[in-house]
Ligand binder design. Structure first.
Ligand code: B1M
Length: 212
């Protein structure tokens, strides 16, 4: 594939990812089969997710748009995964994410997980109703991982503090970021979180900042 054709296809990957089109998967495959560098293809997917993430954060896109974009990106990632596992492409880091114990809400947490994964991070999603020990264990298995906690209930947001304490007891340098509808920057500060974000793209920006 010539450089011009490759550039056009990469731009198309970014655009179609933002639009949540399933055609992204085939485009990614064509690019990789045609010899495009996996990093460039990943960057195009990330660019698409960033576009939709910014629109979502500013109220110009909605949950279904984000879910479609994330699905399109996942389709593309299927073809990129072999390059990650072989070590040809380096991940930006590892993000261990979960909804804290007592809480079963996972739509927002999933959006954050998908957006972070779409930004080139390895994501370990522990699911919902996650006990402190499970976060501690995941950080032990993935040294240097940043932890992300989500909570949607005023009765469970307080459980974030117990998770932070348990994680820091075993991993004193661990970074833990928090988010969810009832969470504020003031609350995050009061429980010793490393950062707070109101939305998925903000979480990506925080991760970049915390691991710079
Ligand atoms: Co629940 N629920 N719910 N619920 N539920 C709320 C949260 C509630 C506000 C509804 C209400 O009363 N108006 C209320 C909480 C009140 C409060 O605590 N002050 C509530 C309640 C009371 C309950 C039950 C107790 C109801 C009952 O059984 N009596 C019960 C609790 C169960 C439990 O968890 N133990 C319950 C159950 C459920 C369902 C299971 C039915 C379902 C969850 C399904 C699921 O998640 N798979 C559900 C739902 C869907 C909701 C509402 C309607 C929608 C939540 C949602 O998904 N929003 C919600 C009311 C509402 O918000 N309108 C409600 C969309 C999602 C994209 O937003 O999760 O905020 P959100 O995520 C955002 C940001 O917060 C941020 O990014 C996301 C995208 O912008 N974000 C992060 C989230 N996590 C982040 C982490 C980060 C960074 C950003 O870094 C790590």
């Amino acid at each position: 594939m010539d450089i011009e054709g490759e550039g056009r296809k990469l731009a198309e990957v970014a655009e179609l990812t933002a639009q949540g089109k399933p055609a992204v998967a085939q485009l990614v495959k064509d690019l990789l089969d045609g010899g495009a560098a996996p990093e460039k293809v990943l960057n195009a997917l990330v660019e698409g997710m960033a576009v939709i993430g910014d629109k979502f954060a500013s109220g110009k896109a909605f949950v279904p748009n984000m879910l479609l974009a994330a699905r399109a990106m996942s389709g593309g990632m299927t073809h990129l995964k072999p390059f990650f596992s072989s070590g040809v492409v380096k991940r930006r880091g590892t993000f261990v994410v979960g909804t804290v114990f007592g809480d079963l809400h996972d739509i927002g947490k999933n959006l954050v997980a998908m957006t972070v994964e779409g930004s080139g991070w390895e994501v370990i999603d522990l699911g919902v109703d996650v006990k402190p020990e499970a976060f501690v264990q995941a950080v032990a298995e993935h040294p240097g991982a940043v932890v992300g906690l989500s909570a949607l209930l005023t009765t469970t947001m307080v459980n974030m503090e117990a998770v932070i304490q348990a994680v820091r007891e075993k991993h004193p340098d661990a970074k833990v970021i928090v988010g969810g509808a009832p969470i504020s920057q003031a609350f995050a500060d009061s429980i010793g979180a490393s950062g707070y974000s109101a939305n998925p793209s903000g979480a990506v920006a925080l991760l970049t900042e915390l691991t710079a």
